[in-house]
Design a protein. Structure first.
Length: 272
């Protein structure tokens, strides 16, 4: 299936210059994200997860290889690819509404259309009553909801989430995860989530990928057919067993389970 939101990574490496030589951050032979799929990536700190997201977003050019969105190479940032970071990066001098409107300026909308679309996006994340507040008047969870509204208002085909809820307390994070799923279900973007939180990956994604230490490459893949919303304790503890398996494989001293980087991708592993 191709487009909209069909993302392919082909032989991508990312190498940064360093004081002494180079840092080999990523080595990804092949990855396909099907339109409307929700994939989570977990890996040790420094394994290249953010580098992967930055390359897909067009912020960083791969050192080699290519990234294709609906068959066309990604050559720079575009409204078709939305990004939500841990830090909301809202403009403090704009209200919540102003922040969403600012993101919409790249589209040929009339002022009335822009305001209507921004308001609808804020309503969708439950912030309609707070549209006139400035970021410093909002809680961390509310700011992240503005960031979600701002991103979905632009109707991206691909949504990249880089630890989006890591700065939030556990209770707020759970609410935000549910909100994210609800909004995503209505917009059906292709999602790639980077997280350190194995539980978050298991609750949200329909596929979880494990990355090795840098240069990051795929060392495992789990398919999650369970309907959402999920609880880790459902299905007789299958998700909990999966969590143990993932944590064991992420352990720095566990043996690599995959094929070499230049061979075919690791076989898919489904839940029993
Ligand atoms: N702009 C840069 N210049 C030089 N080295 C970089 C740059 N960005 C990342 N790196 C290095 O590349 C490697 C991968 O970094 P990256 O941020 O992609 O990893 P990560 O898996 O997202 O890490 P974390 O989980 O800690 O956020 C690290 O060794 C990092 O120091």
């Amino acid at each position: 299936m191709t487009g909209p939101g069909d993302l392919r990574i082909e032989d991508v490496t990312i190498t940064y210059p360093a004081r002494k030589g180079q840092v080999h951050a990523l080595a990804l032979p092949r990855l396909h994200l099907a339109p409307g799929s929700f994939t989570a990536v977990i890996g040790p700190s420094g394994c290249g997860k953010s580098s992967l997201l930055n390359a897909i977003a067009g912020f960083v050019a791969p050192t080699s290889g290519r990234i294709l969105l609906d068959g066309a190479p990604v050559t720079g940032p575009s409204a078709r690819i939305g990004v939500i970071f841990q830090h909301y990066a809202l403009f403090p001098w704009f209200t919540a509404l102003g922040n969403v409107r600012f993101a919409l300026r790249r589209f040929p909308l009339s002022r009335a259309e822009e305001i209507a679309r921004a308001r609808a996006a804020l309503d969708e994340v439950g912030l309609g009553a707070h549209a006139r507040k400035f970021p410093q008047q909002l809680s961390g969870g509310m700011r992240q909801r503005v960031a979600i509204a701002r991103t979905f208002a632009c109707a991206p085909e691909v949504l990249l989430l880089d630890e989006p809820f890591a700065a939030l307390d556990a209770q707020t994070r759970r609410g935000m995860q549910e909100l994210m799923l609800a909004v995503w279900a209505r917009h059906s973007a292709t999602v790639l989530l980077v997280t350190h939180d194995v539980d978050e990956a298991l609750l949200l994604a329909d596929r979880v990928l494990l990355m090795s230490a840098a240069p990051g490459r795929l060392i495992g893949e789990y398919l999650l057919p369970q309907p959402r919303p999920r609880r880790l304790t459902q299905d007789g503890g299958a998700l909990l067993a999966l969590r143990e398996d993932i944590l064991a494989r992420l352990h720095p001293f566990s043996a690599p389970l995959d094929a070499p980087a230049d061979a075919a991708p690791a076989p898919e592993r489904s839940l029993p």
